[in-house]
Design a protein around this ligand. Structure first.
Ligand SMILES: NC(=O)c1ccc[n+]([C@@H]2O[C@H](COP(=O)([O-])OP(=O)(O)OC[C@H]3O[C@@H](n4cnc5c(N)ncnc54)[C@H](O)[C@@H]3O)[C@@H](O)[C@H]2O)c1
Length: 511
């Protein structure tokens, strides 16, 4: 199985090679410093024996450099420095590396003293520890600075140079993520065409309806003629439209396959035929299914719901139709939280927060399952960044959208909500478990595109609480906030089902 932990990736090998070099350089520097120290301060004592002393140090290097390097590498590995464990991903990354190096030197000293019972050159080892810590920690600090500040600035500069003003078709852009995305694209000066059936009405985007650069096409993306019309003159297509979530997708499996998969193939083929070079498809981290490892874009995928399966199959279909001119980009969103034009309360952070505030209960189902989270505004910002990124960086690529720091178990989410609504009762229902369980690595989007979410789950919870307090959300149980409830109501289901063929037959003259 290809996983972040189970497999030594190219990046991991490079980091190990760099650390190997740094340990060796540090040891050489320690031995040379020690030799100079002796020459400088014990000149007379060593006057006849420099050659011998130097030979002693050379022999020390030859016998100890590799054992020491191996102890350091193994300790760093076990402390998760190469596998990006949760411990290492904390804010105090440099401290974790420093602790790992210190522990490695202590282990090495103990091995020399007690296992091979060799004398311990304490000053040389102390110097080697100091130099190794300095080199290894500053390399991490520098790479963090580069990833967080320098690379994003360079990306932003490149985007600015390329200029705004693309013609972008957003399919299914009147929903939870789309209503946050449209404003961002318009603010960047793009011309946006929206193709949406407005299943949830146009209220989510009502504040944008009169924007001069927004063109709204009310239509079904399963209809070839609507998609062909929408595709005219477009530089980029962002396909967000779908039946979203496991419960909503289970209501009518044939319909789900039609909307989420069959339509994707048609839309992809039409985009390719129209010479659209940028095609971004919204997938989900649900494709990872149930797995205890930390998963990245190359990891094994095994969705356990129809929703995840239609998304994975769509990814595969799009990649199959790729050519040099048409290379789709896949974004796998983490579970979304927070407010947008069409806030949903069928997603765990928002739901637990609303229940805590309004019902005094935080009911956690299962609890031990891992899930990555991202704020809806950050999810939209990631898509906006991808659509402006140099094509060679994003074409034909998959990006997990979220951040390493926002992988949580459902119990941890319950506790975060509890911290802000202390009066609520935290109830853990261990028998009722959602089998989905995945922890996701988001290095790729950060390293390639300089994307780092601005929101945290804590701030998202606060945002939802404020909306409830202000009266912006009145009844979170209202069907419009939940995909499955909304689609269970027959009139709404009919909008999505769109039995145009049946309607056509019914409209024919009868006997
Ligand atoms: N919200 C999440 O937590 C999440 C997580 C991972 C991935 N995603 C993916 O992101 C995308 C957007 O999700 P969302 O939460 O904004 O969904 P949403 O349900 O809020 O919005 C979906 C939009 O698609 C439109 N639509 C549905 N069927 C249509 C049709 N036949 N023709 C035209 N328009 C149609 C709806 O009117 C709606 O505006 C989806 O593809 C979803 O799978 C979402």
């Amino acid at each position: 199985m290809e996983t972040q932990l189970g497999k030594i990736s190219r990046g991991m090998l490079l980091r190990m090679a760099a650390d190997t070099l740094m340990v060796q350089v540090a040891l050489i520097a320690a031995l040379v410093s020690r030799l100079f120290w002796q020459i400088a301060f014990f000149d007379r004592e060593y006057a006849d024996g420099y050659g011998e002393t130097a030979r002693f140090y050379l022999a020390f290097y030859a016998n100890n450099a590799w054992p020491l390097t191996i102890v350091v590498l193994v300790t760093l590995y076990l402390m998760g420095v190469y596998t990006y464990s949760r411990f290492y991903q904390s804010r105090y990354r440099a401290l974790v590396v420093f602790q790992a190096v210190t522990l490695a030197f202590l282990i090495f000293a103990a091995l020399r003293l007690f296992v091979i019972t060799a004398p311990l050159p304490r000053i040389t080892l102390a110097l080697a520890w100091l130099y190794t810590s300095g080199l290894v920690v500053s390399a991490r600090v520098w790479s963090q600075l580069f990833e967080r500040i320098i690379r994003p600035e360079r990306q932003a500069m490149l985007s600015a140079r390329r200029g705004a003003g693309q013609n972008i078709l957003v399919i299914g852009g009147a929903g939870y993520i789309g209503s946050a995305l449209l404003g961002k694209l318009l603010a960047k000066g793009h011309h946006v065409r929206l193709l949406d059936l407005m299943v949830f009405g146009d209220e989510p985007i009502s504040h944008l309806l009169h924007h001069k650069n927004l063109e709204v096409m009310h239509g079904d993306f399963r209809h070839v003629e609507s998609v062909v019309e929408a595709m005219q003159g477009m530089d980029a297509v962002i396909h967000l439209g779908a039946i979203v979530g496991d419960p909503a997708c289970s209501l009518d499996e044939n319909l789900t396959i039609d909307v989420n998969l069959t339509a994707t193939r048609m839309i992809g083929e039409l985009a390719k035929a129209h010479g659209v070079r940028r095609f971004i498809f919204a997938s989900t981290c649900s494709v990872y299914g149930a797995c205890d490892e930390i998963l990245d874009e190359r990891s094994f995928v095994r969705p356990i719901s129809l929703y995840g399966q239609t998304k994975l199959a769509s990814e595969q279909i799009l990649f199959k139709m790729a050519t040099d001119q048409f290379k789709p980009t896949i974004v796998r969103f983490a579970t979304i939280y927070g407010l947008s034009g069409r806030t949903r309360f069928d997603l765990v952070v928002n739901l637990l927060t609303a229940k805590a505030k309004l019902e005094g209960k935080i009911t956690v189902n299962g609890g031990a399952q891992w899930r990555p989270f991202v704020h809806v505004d950050d999810a939209a910002a990631a898509v906006a960044r991808i659509v402006e990124a140099p094509l060679q960086i994003v074409a034909g690529e998959i990006f997990n959208v979220g951040s390493n720091e926002q992988n949580y178990t459902i119990s941890q989410i319950g506790e975060l909500v509890h911290e802000q609504v202390v009066s609520a009762e935290l109830i853990v229902n261990e028998t009722d478990t959602d089998r989905r369980n995945y922890r996701v690595n988001f290095n790729k989007i950060r390293n390639h595109l300089g994307f780092d979410p601005q929101w945290t789950v804590e701030r998202g919870i606060q945002q939802v609480l404020e909306a409830i307090a202000n009266g912006d959300v009145q009844d979170y149980r209202d069907a419009r906030y939940s995909n499955v409830k909304f689609l269970t109501e027959s009139a709404n289901a009919a909008i999505v089902r769109d039995n145009w063929a049946r309607r056509l037959i019914e409209s024919l003259p009868h006997e």
